[in-house]
Ligand binder design. Structure first.
Ligand code: FAD
Length: 504
């Protein structure tokens, strides 16, 4: 008889049940465990809890009689309830996406762990690549080119399609002048059904009983939770929105949070879409003249480059990466940030980004990096607490994707293993890349005084605080030297420290 196959809540696409290439047994009965303790331990965004439960229950409904769906306090309880452990019947599971879950499944005698699915490369393939790299740091660009070659993505023979690997310089434009939105077709929006009603009802009840507590609003569901919805979202993106993806990828508009972004991180991270099919469809769009190369390359870079790189680094860097704190930042996160209290914030960029998180659990990468993350970095917040905040508050947040993105990319807590320099800026960058500064009470050019921009002041205060460490970094040395020209540095530092952890 086939062994039962256990599906985690982020392993919901058909490829996780495909018996080929070392997958689960054909026609394996399926086990799913909805573990309550996960929600009880931490305060998640309610929209995120909704998405994961809705996605799991939709998958169970599709699998019908084939699945045993167990609601239990913990995974161990769930396994016991389903009759596993100590009785000789075995089950399989695909390599989970977090270290904690991997440790759990490998510690169980009755569980056989199969290779990971939902990524382009195996850990061994990545290990072999990493082994060959020289120098003190792995580089995303080199990794990405290697993946492109290996998977023949956007290649013309041995050469990159269009003759160049990197079209980033075409993909950093400020938003079009005078526009409040990008005026691209709207992203796919799912319709809720009775499973969503039931999930909402359960979440209400658990909250009322004091069993769990959430942050953020749980408005109408915005992201796909089934394979069918995920494919519809992918199709809509590729045929209507991909064309404009590249150019304004890094721009922000207050009234247009999604711009031309794909909104595919949720279905990708739930395992509903396979990254290979996403990049292949984008490439087809370019080959058939449906989208320009800069957009398609930019999108392929995000998925076959960044996403894959982050997944591999999560395992490669090891468990102690989680605790890295090279800049020795220890300040706790202030309550207004923890509670997503956008109304308490005066700075327009921060208030806008925080409101997006509160209302949807999602922002695109630039608000994450250059507004939310940058605030944390400039104010010296504890990187582990910042990582936890992103993990709980973002609908696409999972341990594997948070660690490299937040500890490394956003907080520079790894001292530069992931990026060559800290990602933070003064208000000038935000002003150039968005329409957020014009209506703001602060001025991006002001370092001190009533209208001092918290990002501009914070940037200089950050450089000052880490002057010694940063002047050793050749990409930062010039910026650090700029401190010497600031006549108002003392005043700036005084004002910044007087603000303390009050909302800027
Ligand atoms: P698009 O802009 O349309 O990009 C396409 C896809 O590329 C995304 O769906 C995603 O799957 C992938 N991608 C791009 N960059 C990354 C990256 N750095 N890491 C992983 N995947 C990437 N992404 C998450 O999926 N989950 C997270 O919890 C997460 N946290 C982040 C935290 C910070 C501080 C930063 C700077 C980035 C984070 N990202 C995270 C990466 C990126 O911001 C999101 O994947 C993206 O904004 C999701 O929106 P989208 O699907 O419209 O992306």
């Amino acid at each position: 008889a086939p062994r039962t196959h256990w599906l985690f809540g982020d392993q919901l696409g058909p490829h996780f049940l495909d018996p080929r290439h070392g997958g689960p047994d054909a026609h394996a009965p399926v086990l799913m465990i909805e573990a309550r303790s996960v929600l009880r331990r931490r305060r998640f965004h309610r929209a995120k809890a909704h998405l994961v439960l809705s996605a799991m229950r939709h998958r169970a409904a599709e699998l019908g009689d084939r699945v045993r769906y167990v609601q239990a306090e913990t995974y161990a309880d769930g396994l016991a309830e389903a009759g596993f452990g100590g009785r000789g019947n075995r089950l399989t599971v695909c390599h989970p996406t977090s270290r904690a879950a991997l440790d759990f499944v490998t510690s169980r005698d009755e569980v056989d762990v199969l290779a990971a699915r939902g990524f382009l490369l195996t850990r061994a393939e990545f290990g072999a690549w990493a082994e060959e790299q020289t120098g003190d740091r792995l580089r995303m660009e080199g990794f990405y080119r290697w993946v492109r070659r290996r998977h023949e993505l956007l290649m013309d023979g041995d050469e990159p399609a269009g003759g160049t690997w990197n079209l980033d310089h075409d993909n950093r434009e400020p938003p079009p002048r005078g526009c409040t939105t990008l005026e691209v077709p709207a992203p796919y929006r799912p319709a809720e059904d009775e499973i969503d009603d039931e999930v909402r009802h359960d979440l209400d009840r658990w909250e009322r009983d004091g069993k769990v507590s959430f942050v953020g609003r749980d408005g109408p569901r915005r992201f796909p939770v089934t394979r069918r919805e995920a494919l519809a979202a992918l199709r809509r993106f590729v045929s209507h929105r991909l064309g404009d993806f590249g150019r304004y990828e890094d721009a922000m508009l207050a009234a247009d949070p999604t711009m031309s972004h794909s909104l595919l991180s949720v279905p990708l991270n739930l395992g509903l879409l396979d990254p290979a099919e996403c990049v292949e469809r984008a490439e087809e769009a370019w080959r058939s003249g449906g989208a320009p190369l800069n957009s398609v390359e930019g999108f392929v870079r995000q998925i076959a480059g960044w996403r894959e790189y982050v997944w591999q680094l999560y395992w490669h860097f090891g468990e102690d990466y989680r605790g890295r704190n090279r800049l020795r930042h220890t300040a706790p996160l202030p309550d207004w940030f923890l509670d997503l209290d956008a109304d308490a914030v005066t700075a327009n960029c921060l208030s806008t980004a925080l409101a997006q998180v509160r209302d949807t659990g999602w922002t695109h990468h630039i608000p994450r990096l250059m507004v939310l993350g940058s605030r944390a970095l400039q104010d010296g917040w504890d990187p582990a607490a910042v990582t936890d905040w992103f993990h709980r508050c973002f609908v696409d947040g999972y341990d594997w994707v948070m660690l490299p993105n937040v500890v490394g990319m956003s907080q520079y807590a790894d001292g530069g293993r992931m990026t060559t320099k800290p990602y933070t800026s003064g208000g000038a960058y935000i002003n150039r890349m968005s329409d957020l500064c014009a209506p703001c009470a602060y001025r991006p050019t002001d370092r001190t005084g009533e209208h001092a921009c918290p990002y501009t002041a914070g940037y200089w205060a950050f450089l000052h605080r880490h002057r010694t460490a940063l002047s050793a970094n050749h990409r930062m040395a010039r910026a650090v030297k700029g401190l010497d020209r600031l006549k108002d540095l003392d005043g700036l530092l005084e004002e910044t420290s007087a603000r303390g952890d009050r909302a800027p």
